[in-house]
Design a protein around this ligand. Sequence first.
Ligand code: FES
Length: 784
Amino acid sequence: MRIGVYICHCGLNIASVINMDALHKKVEEMGDVALVKDIQFMCSDFGQEQLIEDIRENNIDRILVAACTPKLHEPTFKRVLEKAGINPYLLEIANIREQCSWVHMHNQSMATQKAFDLIKMGVAKLKLLQPLQIRTYKANKDVLVIGGGVAGIEAALTLADAGTHVHMVEKEPTIGGKMALLNEVFPTNDCSICVLAPKMTDVQNHPNIEMRTYAEITDISGSVGDFTVKGIQRSRYVIVDRCKGCIDQCSNVCPVEIPNPFDSGLGKVKAISMAIPQAVPQSAYINNEFCVGCGLCKQACPADAIDYEMKEEEFSFTVGAVIVATGYQGFDAKRKEEYGYSVYPDVLTNMELERLLNASGPTRGKVVVPSTGEMPKKVAFIQCVGSRDETVGNPYCSRVCCMSSMKNAQMIKERYPDCDVTIHYIDVRASGEMYEEYYVRSQSMGINFIRGKVAEVQPDPQGQMQLRYEDTLECAIREDPYDLVILATGMEASTTSDPIAKMLNLSKRPDRFFSIAHPKMRPVDAHINGVFIAGCASGPKEIQTSIAQGSAAAARSTRLLAKGELKNDPFSAHVDPEKCIGCRICEDTCNFNTIKVIEGKAVVDEISCQTCGSCSASCPTDAITMPHSTDEQIIAQIRAALEVKDEFPLIIAFLCNWCSYGSADLAGTSRIQYPTNVRIIKLMCAGRVDPDFVLEALQVGADGVLVTGCRLDECHYILGNHDAKHRMENLKEVLDEMGLDPARLKLQWISAAEGDKFAKTIEDFVDELTELGPVGSELPEVNE
Ligand code: FES
């Protein structure tokens, strides 16, 4: 084994703080290093060429680069190693800029000592690294889109136009989703179906899209590149290819009338009907729950399209990626009893008003007061019904209700200019392109805005709806009668998406919408590789954002599958069957369902494994290894850091790759200074921290151990930090039993944006440990 160590000056970024000559000399004296060089800029062409030349001339077979954070140039140096003919995984980077020279600018001697320790720790790990091979495997290029709303439609068309074969599955008898039911859409006030219908037809006619409506997915198995999808095609009792969509002939003779679910139950519809006039496919369907089997529709159908014997059919196909666009469901206004919805007929929801305003709705676009049948003279909108409301468990804003109420208020004003229209709001949220102008236009049309919560809606003696409300701008409590009250109901996560979440093992946030891999950097990626989320499935949003997300999800899946093969860093967990006792702890720990105990032994789906390492930390027999951060490698780093204990107190800190390591880097780029007393070990997730690592550190001389990760509920592996918290809290009890102060183990959850919090954590921990004294000083003295 011949190790080369390269120390970067990074101009003066490192060299102005760290004594480069002293450091160079110390590394040379380490003994197990074949070559040491310090170079002005390692990442420059010169630095890279020097590395290649040295590797070839000196038979170097593994490299440590002491420079900036691995987040910046690890891929660069991996490519250099490959070029030089060395396995790219035989590389280690010591972060002596962001986590050393930039944060210890006023303590040059200890910064130099810390830089040396970081190099020593890197070399200790490097010696134990094994060459690894990137894994390449075939991927199916087809994509499943679940949901035929506007986000799903956009995703499907974007993919299909790019040549991808798409399977779209929609549970309703037509695609189009909620947008197809709206009257007009803000901020342009376009007719909703007019802009959507051409896209709906494009989906049906596209040669690359296989569309299934009135269908349900029953199972999804497999993983990225190779998902198997199973489902059921429900029976319409109407042959789609034969039905001409003439609808009147069959529905006119049908004797059964039911509330129309596509008109929010306001209008009536026959047991044989078409969801909306613009339905795609243009086909009737029979609601089997209500059909009396009289046979009249079959006799009336000129196309012989009715088939009472039609059965449900199973279907199955395979895809490489899945786009979940399952949308939302409206908040049930009955849950806000104080507003009298469903008790008083003149209290409606915004969606019901959309249908009344709609030319193809139950009143053909005429809005009347339900109890009197007269045109409205005074209309009130109540905002935030079921949104920003802890009492119904929805603390979030539904984002569209302010704009949607303004739009409907404008529609009423346009149709009935003398009507008095008032919007009762908490805060007006109008931050989008053209939204503020829209708000101003609403005001200039004479729509009143009153800021404050509405307490209740009650009928007054004249039969009008009396609103009791707060006017916070006038500091008054008032009561006003209206003849029509519209509740701006918010969005909730669709319960029909729950089975999909289960099948794909997707996680949901506390607000019950799907959580995404990263709210900023990966807004349409699910935590599961090869699964993308678009539109309101991941939270309330307006149509234009849903469309953008549909396109984004399509682009992400195209990028993933374009080559028809996938590559993986070979870091997935590996089980030693000799050691595995089949206890299933790893199976329960894995948040991605990638470990199964088969015939008494744990088996990892290496392609789906997310490499967090939580299973390895939980394994009671150490049967699970993470190839690029084995227990041995981590222990070797700990021991190297404590070989010569040159500071008191000395802290071993475990940082997760995604957030807390990012926060330490940010402290560096922000030049936030903190004590030198910490030696950092990077792991993929806080969940990788095995209690044995902590015990080892304390036993070989660390005065304290810091375990940090993403903020709770923001772990990139769903619950890795919760697992870590649970393990470490148990470990504190063990420390107590051992006579060690549990305060020597500190937990902290830090986002990548909190460099100051990381620095403060180190500062505080150093103070706390200083007070405690060196490790073991709390143990009773043993008399010889
Ligand atoms: Fe940061 Fe899990 S990835 S704690």
